[in-house]
Design a binder for this molecule. Structure first.
Ligand code: ADP
Ligand code: ASP
Ligand code: MG
Length: 417
């Protein structure tokens, strides 16, 4: 029988009405003979609400307790969806992540899935039941509840699909597929019929939140057939493909951005072997995610180093860098937490030169100052002041010929928190 894992995001289960609509959709697929595992997120706004509550009590709450708290959002929706299904006379059973036994490491707040015990799920499926699983969560070896990072329900769904060797994994959300860029900031963005897993991975890791990065990693590693669709209307959505893309296709598949970035510079560090490791060693020990790194050419035996971090981690990174600076007798530390990152992504750029030049030229025409640049085989990423973010994304979208023809069909439903 055809086995499908479906995932419904926050907006898709954001009200009783929406939960009933999802139940009707799932029940219809069940009636068609599909075996279904349904992963759900918390109702839209709920995870943020829970985090705000914790911050009122103590902004430095223990990560373990934060996970106990934020995992409750998904527990509400699994129960409500199962009730809605049962009301339609479809047998359904809900499970939290730890009840399934989604085993993770113990890094609270950004845990990684290590293994899934699918015995109970298979048993239910065999009995003709629909299995409803709470996204975004698991448990570590000692049974502590863990969460997988924001957007983690995508990863639960793809990991479940991989474990069960599902025939398909469908991610239902509030847009009708993956677009050339976020349609909320570029109304001319186009839905892609398909995108390679390699490109999707790069877009996700550069900030396109339509799929969590780890979910795309799982899809690639286990070759999960993955599709992104709207829960609000029928349509083909976007297929994430595992084939090599036709080189006739456009050079750029899409543009991703991340508004929550910051940069730090350490000036006047001695230009000697081992300096970079003395700077980045302590930062990595503190689990900080460092992204772009630039080191200037040395002058008078000293040099400057600049790198980016997530904005949320900026205060800690700055404090650590100031300590490092003192130890190394560097001149000063400077920082800016108004940075945004934009990346153009496409496997087509591998075989073409001149893409970077075209990118910089388009931004220069709009007077947008580029602060940092980093490249890989299939992406060029830049840092700009966040006040330019929207203008820069729109400019690049147009410059690379991604804008849709205004006579084409209009966008899908746009919900949101
Ligand atoms: P869900 O709650 O269903 O998980 P998310 O809000 O996490 O939904 O992700 C869907 C959102 O991702 C869209 O509403 C859209 O604003 C945003 N997004 C960013 N980049 C893209 C893109 N390239 N294609 C489609 N959506 C994108
Ligand atoms: N509820 C979690 C979040 O808001 C997980 C998810 O929706 O995927 O990040
Ligand atoms: Mg999401």
């Amino acid at each position: 029988m055809f086995l499908v894992v479906e995932k419904y995001g926050g907006t898709s289960v954001g009200s009783v009405e929406r939960i009933n609509a999802v139940a009707a959709r799932v029940a219809a697929s069940h009636q068609k003979g599909e075996r279904l595992v349904v992963v759900v997120s918390a109702m839209s706004g709920e995870t943020n609400r829970l985090i705000a509550l914790a911050n009122e009590i103590n902004p430095d709450s223990e990560a373990r307790e934060m996970d106990v708290l934020v995992s409750t959002g998904e527990q509400v929706t699994i129960a409500l969806l199962s009730m809605a299904l049962n009301k339609l006379e479809v047998e359904a059973r809900s499970y939290t992540g730890s009840q399934v036994r989604i085993l993770t490491d113990n890094v609270h707040g950004k845990a990684r899935i290590l293994g899934i015990d699918d015995a109970k799920v298979r048993e239910d499926l065999e009995q003709g039941r629909i299995v409803v699983i709470a996204g975004f969560q698991g448990a570590d070896e000692s049974g502590n509840i863990t969460t997988l990072g924001r957007g983690g329900s995508d990863t639960t769904a793809v990991a479940m699909a991989a474990a069960l060797k599902a025939d398909e994994c469908r991610i239902f959300t509030d847009v009708d597929g993956v677009y050339t860029t976020d349609p909320r900031i570029v109304p001319e963005a186009r839905r892609l019929d398909q995108i390679t897993v390699e490109e999707m991975l790069e877009l996700a890791s550069q900030g396109a939140k339509v799929l969590q990065t780890r979910s795309v990693e799982f899809a690639g590693k286990y070759r999960v057939p993955l599709r992104v669709l709207s829960s609000f209307e029928d349509g083909p959505g976007t297929l994430i493909t595992h084939e090599v893309r036709d080189m006739e296709e456009p050079l750029i598949a899409g543009i991703a951005y991340n508004r929550d970035e910051a940069k730090l510079t350490i000036r006047g560090v001695p230009d000697e072997p081992g300096i970079a490791s003395q700077i980045f060693g302590p930062l990595s020990e503190a689990h900080l995610n460092i992204d772009m790194i630039i080191q200037n050419v040395a002058q008078d035996g000293t040099t400057d180093l600049t790198f980016t971090v997530n904005r949320g981690e900026y205060p800690l990174a700055k404090k650590l860098l100031e300590e490092i600076s003192e130890n190394l007798a560097a001149r000063e530390v400077a920082g800016d937490d108004t940075l945004a990152k934009i990346a153009i992504v496409g496997v087509g750029m591998r075989s073409h030169s001149g893409i970077a030049a075209k990118m910089f030229e388009a931004l220069a025409r709009e007077g947008i100052n580029i602060e940092l640049i980093s490249t890989s085989e299939i992406k060029i990423s830049i840092g700009v002041n966040d006040k330019y973010l929207e203008l820069a994304v729109r400019t690049l979208h147009k410059a690379f010929g991604l804008d849709s023809d205004p006579t084409e069909e209009s966008l899908g439903h746009l919900g949101g928190e």
